[in-house]
Design a protein around this ligand. Structure first.
Ligand code: GLY
Ligand code: MN
Ligand code: MN
Length: 465
């Protein structure tokens, strides 16, 4: 937990942004059963709850009354049965004091307080729930039918929370760097230990173990696959075979739940073959181009489009695309090979605040999301500002089903050399991802550098097995 002043300041700023405006309701996450009630998934607190209240335990809720300034933490003290099974715990009062809240009440008091506020014409602001039990709780507390709970979440509260959480403070940046450095260890160990003849899960398990040993575990399910053409491939049952490329997209969370998110691609054997070198070099070139552009005021969508142009030019040189690269990007032809966005905000969530609505996080009024295939998946498009933390993750993929579909439709046949693309259907994919912070006059890499130059990667692979 950070010092209590951090949480006090965050809530103060939230009250300033919201003005005198009714009640802000935060329902924390609960334990979720896996296969029977007492056998539960690993607990993960809601990130906004962590941000404002710091309490990393199930069964808490909190309100901020923006009119009176009251802040109340709701929770129940452990009784002897709970203590027998789960150990003695700090009281609700003690937990509240740690984050600078002086008033606590039992959970059962929450509904009366909300009801009273509604009856006297007060507004209840809450963030869009993404878990069914929390949604039902909000429905129960507010009387809003559950089918309308999401749509009635507070846009004002969403915008205020985004405004605060999108700019990382120095203590948050230090946590994120910790997460990236744990992630770095996961990546280097993977490069040192993967080899032909073992299964993907041998390494996926190894690196998840590092995340658990060093922090709070993984920040998202590990992607460790010889089928990197599937963007979020969580299957780990393939045998690693010589000649394949391996994509490792994985990250750790610190004990305070700040995330890292890194991707490295390396050969299953000791060296990249010439086709792999070509595509890998192009992805690395594109990533370096993107990094060179990072600065306050730069639209991340422009960086995404510049990367797309580097791809279209490079793929043309390799004979996979043709025509005018700029035109190809304008039309969206490059998205056959680069069907995702260049990156996303990162913080307490690996896709930071995605539950609040991507467009509130990565876009703004007057900046609309593109509806073109590929660019439409761009999660961060707006102008960069000092304090933003986000990923830079270009990739090139050969997705057999997508190639077949576009080819059968004759899509972009003036820009895509399908004959040559056919010969890459067994290629897989390449992605390279690093985490960056925007500074006052540029940007800096978070965490210690992780090998990505071809020579560096091959040097590790050379000693790997
Ligand atoms: N780890 C998922 C992503 O890179 O967005
Ligand atoms: Mn990412
Ligand atoms: Mn990633």
């Amino acid at each position: 937990m950070f010092k209590k002043e951090v949480y006090i300041r965050r809530r103060e700023k939230l009250r300033e942004l919201m003005g005198s405006n009714g009640i802000l309701l935060f329902v924390g996450n609960n334990d979720v059963p896996m296969n029977y009630p007492a056998n539960q998934y690993h607990f993960r607190q809601d990130s906004s709850f962590l941000y404002f209240f710091g309490i990393d335990e199930p069964n808490f809720s909190a309100i901020i009354d923006t009119d009176s300034g009251d802040e109340i933490l709701f929770g129940d003290d452990f009784e002897i049965d709970d203590i027998i099974w789960m150990g003695d715990q700090p009281t609700v009062k003690e937990r509240a004091e740690e984050v600078g809240i002086s008033k606590t009440l039992p959970l059962k008091e929450l509904s009366g307080i909300i009801k009273k506020a509604i009856d006297s014409g007060g507004k209840i602001h809450y963030l869009p729930p993404y878990r069914a039990d929390v949604l039902l709780k909000i429905s129960e507390l507010t009387g809003i039918p559950y089918s309308e709970v999401k749509s009635k979440s507070s846009v004002e509260l969403i915008k205020s929370v985004v405004k605060l959480r999108e700019k990382k403070s120095s203590e948050e940046i230090a946590e994120i760097e910790k997460a990236v450095n744990i992630t770095r260890e996961m990546h280097i160990e993977a490069m040192k230990n993967a080899k032909p003849g073992i299964y993907e899960r041998d390494i996926a398990g190894l690196i998840e173990g590092i995340a658990l040993r060093r922090g709070a575990g993984i920040s998202f399910p590990v992607i460790f696959t010889i089928h990197g053409e599937t963007l979020h491939n969580h299957y780990h049952g393939n045998l690693i075979e010589e000649g394949r490329l391996i994509i490792n997209d994985s990250g750790a969370e610190t004990t305070l739940h700040y995330a890292g998110d890194i991707t490295r691609t390396f050969p299953a054997g000791k060296k990249f073959d010439s086709r792999q070198r070509d595509i890998y070099s192009l992805v690395l070139k594109a990533q370096k181009k993107a990094i060179s552009m990072l600065a306050p005021g730069v639209f991340y969508r422009d960086v995404h489009l510049e990367v797309s142009k580097v791809f279209a030019e490079g793929l043309k040189e390799l004979g996979l695309m043709k025509g005018e690269p700029e035109e190809a990007v304008k039309e969206g032809a490059h998205a056959l090979f680069f069907p995702h966005g260049l990156g996303h905000m990162m913080g307490l969530d690996v896709h930071d605040m995605e539950n609040l609505g991507e467009d509130y996080v990565g876009y703004r009024e007057g900046l609309k999301r593109s509806n073109q295939f590929g660019t439409a998946y761009l999660r961060l498009a707006k102008e960069l500002e000092p304090g933003f933390v986000f990923t830079v993750e270009p990739g090139l993929y050969f997705i057999p089903k997508l190639i077949d579909l576009w080819k059968s439709e004759g899509k972009f046949k003036d820009f895509i050399n399908y004959e040559k693309v056919e010969t890459y259907k067994d290629f897989g994919g390449v992605r390279i991802e690093d985490d960056y912070l925007v500074t006052e006059n540029g940007a800096r890499l978070l965490g210690d550098p992780i090998p990505k130059e071809i020579d560096e990667v091959e040097a590790i692979r050379d000693k790997a097995y």
